[in-house]
Design a binder for this molecule. Structure first.
Ligand code: DQA
Length: 147
């Protein structure tokens, strides 16, 4: 049994109200429940943290080192420019999955580049809430492969 850290970046606390055309109507609590259920099916548990502050997310990644087997991370807008998160993830040697509810590659030009993608194992984007289930399943599969 492993702990998967689900990390949620800025503005994701407003899911459910925020731009449902892009992000769907699912609240963050519901996404956490979806991730926890998917993890439980594979024998793992989920710890969740949401922050609107880059430094708090860096601290959470540091605290996952040697403690959590995987990180599933939706960095929100930090995905596109927050190099401190890139560096923090590079220090973490567990499984790393980036997840986005919307498809940033089909949106504004500034969203089409991720500074997170180069330091993760894989990215799931555009599948709304289903992406959270798939991200946890991907993390569990990579953990089994590495065991
Ligand atoms: C997002 C995509 C980002 O571009 C945006 O800034 C978000 C959410 C997504 O889940 O689709 O806050 O990460």
């Amino acid at each position: 049994m492993a702990t998967i850290l689900l990390l949620s970046g800025p503005n994701l606390n407003l899911l459910g109200e925020r731009d449902p055309e892009q992000y769907g109507a699912t609240t963050l609590d519901e996404l956490v429940a979806i991730a926890a259920e998917a993890a439980a099916k594979r024998g793992h548990d989920v710890e969740h943290l949401q922050s609107n502050h880059e430094g708090a997310l860096v601290d959470a990644i540091h605290s996952a080192r040697g403690r959590c087997a995987a990180i599933v991370f939706n960095p929100g807008a930090f995905s596109h420019y927050a190099y401190a998160l890139t560096d923090a993830l590079a220090t973490y040697d567990g499984v790393k999955i980036e997840v986005h509810l919307s498809n940033p590659y089909a949106r504004e030009a500034w969203r089409r580049h991720s500074v997170i993608s180069p330091v993760v194992d894989g990215t799931i984007a555009g599948l709304r809430a289903a992406g959270y289930r798939l991200a946890v399943e991907a993390a569990a599969t990579l953990l089994e492969e590495r065991a």
